[in-house]
Design a protein around this ligand. Sequence first.
Ligand SMILES: [Zn+2]
Length: 265
Amino acid sequence: MARDIIDDRLIGALHLRALSRAGLAKDAALDHVAYQAGTLSSLMGGAFDGDLPLADLLAHGNMGIGTVAALAGELIIVDAMAFVIEADGNVCCPDPAVTSPFAVVCAFAPHHQFAITEATTLAAVCRRIDEVVSRPDSIVAVRIDGRFRNVAVRSVARQHPPYPTLAEVTAHQTQWRIDSLSGSVVGFRFPDTVAAIDVPGHHLHVISDDRLAGGHLLDLEIEQANVYLDVSSELHLELPVGVQLGPPGEADRESIARIEGQHRS
Ligand SMILES: [Zn+2]
């Protein structure tokens, strides 16, 4: 069982529903609901395979991020197409039958939009997003389309059983920098209260317009962009077989920040 998986403040802050696979399917038409497969705690513990096929994940949203079975790269879903950025930077289109141990998607329908017309840092944009959606308990789906410079990304290499912990994997992650990129940044801002379920703060992936480059986003500079925000107050969580929501507890936020290389604003 995943440890310390849920912060008790989460219960009051979010309409969290852990559903069976059948229950999840019934709610597929709901708007402004984020769907999640797996939890960050189970991923941190080395549960890298998951049992939700990407085809099922895509039935619940056209935009999102995560990873795929065996932690074989960074998953990004944009315009209802799934891509995986592998550790060597190669971008592939995964088979719909490939499972995901951890992913979040939504049916993206933005409530807010703003343009960036001058050079701006990622941290500044994240602060602006936090101003636009100031309720700290909201889940914000983020899409930034534009031209970017100095794009720092990372990915992780496919693992083989017996799986190590996520911290051991990310200690050997590959990072690289893309000088200039036109594309889309996709991800979510999750409340701090979901630390064991998801990555608190801004968790973003990026992919180029030609779908040939991308990764888990560590940093970038924006030359020009349009930012679109979709606010969800509800998270539907699809738990892998054998994973239970545990008792309330403090999440290991430091470990998460280390693993995710957070650019906390
Ligand atoms: Zn990521």
